[in-house]
Design a protein around this ligand. Sequence first.
Ligand code: DAH
Length: 341
Amino acid sequence: MKETLERIRREALEALEQTGAAQDLDALRVKYLGKKGELTAVLKQMGRLSAEERPAMGQLANEVRAAVETALESRARKLEAAALEAKLRLEAVDVTIPGEEPVLGHKHPMYIALDEIKDIFVGMGFTVLDGTEVELAEYNFDKLNAEEGHPSRDWSDTFYFDTDSRVMLRSQTSPMQVHAMETMELPIRILAPGRVYRKDEVDATHSPMFHQVEGMAIDKGITMADLKGTLNAVMEQLFGKGTVTRFRPHHFPFTEPSCEMDVQCHKCGGAGCPTCKGEGWIEVLGAGMIHPHVLEMAGIDPEVYSGWAFGMGLERLAMRRFKIADLRLIFENDTRFLEQF
Ligand code: DAH
């Protein structure tokens, strides 16, 4: 029996020394110390020993059990420590490796120009409105005094969604005038920038999608002088002190009288050069006094109130502001171009 106990101790300790996994340790525990384990089997035979032999064997058996238990425990702790060590090594972060600098973008030149325009108008007490690009022809045309058959409905070569020409991509930001008149309290001062759509081929000055900025003021006693004074002040803030403007008579269905405004060419001072195509002037917007019938259709009494409105092309303004020669550069989103602003 003594030999058996010694053998169990030797084999158990050896086996434990070689285990590399926690589940193997469990198997060894069962093999030696379990109910049907080898040590238990030896202990069961204890009864057959003589009274003299029994204490010494009992003591040895206890020693073997204690030795195996201690070895099991210390092996378990070692395996645990090794596992932790491996995990830490795997998850280690080398804080000395140089980081990757994120590439920061910046504002598009057209939106830089738009933000400047918004700032100027907000400073004058105007509210900035956001409009929808899908619009009813009723708002894009009818309520702006361009009834069925009016030539402006062909001018713009419109993108319609339906065959009876009721729903469309707006061809101008002017419908925002009507939305403002119908929903806001008087007096009204609004600025409404946004995308507009026309069936134009893409070239250096045309795109089927471009941006306009609509402006409108309605109050008692508003005159053409207010329109000119406001626009002159805005152009001076945008293009610098002493910027010269010119107002030419024009026609729009929703204003009476109507005009177009030019800014004197910054390059040649009006003498004529390639930038202004020899004209000396650059056209930037259409404007006028809101037609009494347009006010009336929106429920505003033209005997009491009057107002002015304008619509300017944002790309054209940004092109003048940043001396960009080709409209396509604004939409191509080539970062080599955009990074210059
Ligand atoms: N909506 C016109 C266009 O797209 C521009 C315009 C002209 C807007 C006169 C106005 C205005 O508000 O009063 O050509």
